[in-house]
Design a protein around this ligand. Structure first.
Ligand code: BEZ
Length: 390
């Protein structure tokens, strides 16, 4: 246990307070600056829309306190301690980066404050470092990429070169893909990890991919790095000979129009695209568009579903941090991305995965769904949750 965790243990017993039935304090921990700032803004927009739609029906009022993590673990730790100790929030939500989630895990666990992960895919948070206080309403890194590995091999791709930023999410996303791809019989002919938040020029890495003898390249990049990578891949002249695939954050609707024609034809896997054909999704897309003037991304849907989960937990009678934590892991509903439920063995979300291609439409770029891959639970990977909660 680290020194923050020790401090938080003491404070958990001193400060944990019952939630007043009519006032729920939510602390949002998101990046509003740095390489993932636009992701944080979209999650918050989705969250506020979700509270508007589902909050009133819960019988409570909600106070939201937002803090900027800047995608930096030490900053996020300080902000989390402020929310827990000074603001005494009933529940925290957010976290975009897997690195930040890894750094906060012990504090959240020891302070006994429910945390809903509204983005960061860090596998360990619902695996070997799981906690009854941490519930995921987003995705896990392996969940998005492993099924894409076998799907890509089924399409006839035999040899792949992989690229990702050098931090927890980059490694876990690529590991998930490699597992699915090699289990299906594929071969990885080269791998590179680029310095996270620091790489401006992907040229040297693209040269290695070109020389590798691969049939295709598979990557994870998100936010500002995704925009730079997709544009440089195209201007390097690789797209025609070496098709680009990836985790679908690469061509998120949040920034695909900034990537422009360079993004057309990229095929990727993700748990949400705004073109999902369902009434629930159509209603969400139109409400979000009306509110913000833009199409919702996967990030917006994480925020929206997170707000719904909090509202449903309160509606089910959750009155304090412990009962909120318990109620959150029991939520189940049909959201914009399909039927959602929480795996009781890990607190991870179970959801379908969509393979989609970015295509040009009259009013910009859009997402054409090519396949829906079945929802499946991640392996518990050392998570002993079922032994500590009932
Ligand atoms: C992550 O660090 O887990 C992450 C960041 C951006 C998009 C997806 C995942």
């Amino acid at each position: 246990m680290n020194r923050f965790a020790l401090a938080a243990v003491g404070l958990a017993t001193t400060f944990a307070q019952p939630v007043s039935a009519d006032d729920v304090k939510v602390g949002l921990l998101l990046p509003f600056s740095g390489v993932y700032a636009s992701l944080g803004n979209d999650i918050e927009a989705g969250f506020r829309l979700g509270l508007e739609e589902f909050g009133a029906d819960s019988g409570a009022t909600f106070e939201v306190i937002s803090e900027d993590t800047e995608v930096k673990p030490p900053v996020a730790l300080a902000k989390a301690k402020k929310l827990i100790l000074q603001d005494q929030v009933d529940v925290m939500a957010g976290i975009v980066s897997s690195g930040v989630l890894g750094a906060l895990r012990d504090v959240v666990h020891a302070a006994e404050v429910p945390l809903i992960v509204a983005n960061a895919g860090n596998d360990d948070a619902t695996g070997k470092a799981c906690s009854p206080w941490i519930t995921r309403l987003s995705f896990s890194n392996q969940q998005v990429n492993r099924p894409m590995g076998s799907w890509l091999h089924e399409q006839g791709v035999q040899k792949v070169f992989t690229l990702a930023p050098d931090y927890a999410a980059g490694h876990q996303m690529i590991d998930g893909f490699v597992q699915g791809f090699t289990d299906a019989g594929g071969e990885i002919v080269g791998q590179e990890y680029t310095p996270f938040r620091k790489t401006q020029d992907f040229g040297p890495y693209l040269a290695k991919a070109k020389a590798s003898g691969a049939d295709a390249v598979y990557v994870f990049y998100a936010g500002g790095e995704a925009i730079s990578f997709v544009k440089q891949y195209d201007s390097f002249g690789l797209k025609a000979d070496l098709p680009l695939y990836g985790a679908g954050f690469l061509t998120s609707p949040l920034y695909v129009n900034a990537e422009g024609p360079a993004a057309v034809g990229i095929v990727a896997a993700l748990h949400y695209v705004p073109t999902i054909d369902s009434d629930v999704n159509r209603a969400f897309v139109s409400a979000f568009e009306e509110k913000t003037g833009r199409i919702p991304s996967e990030y917006a849907v994480h925020g929206y579903d997170t707000a719904r989960a909090v509202a449903e937990a309160v509606k089910a009678g959750a009155m304090d941090r412990a009962s909120l934590g318990n109620a959150l892991r029991q939520v189940s509903f049909e959201g914009p991305r399909g039927q959602l439920s929480i795996d009781p063995a890990t607190n991870n979300l179970i959801q379908p995965i969509y393979v989609y291609e970015t295509v040009a439409a009259d009013d910009g770029l859009t997402q054409k769904v090519l396949a829906q891959l079945p929802a499946s639970a991640d392996p518990a990977n050392g998570c002993m949750l079922s032994a500590v909660v009932n």
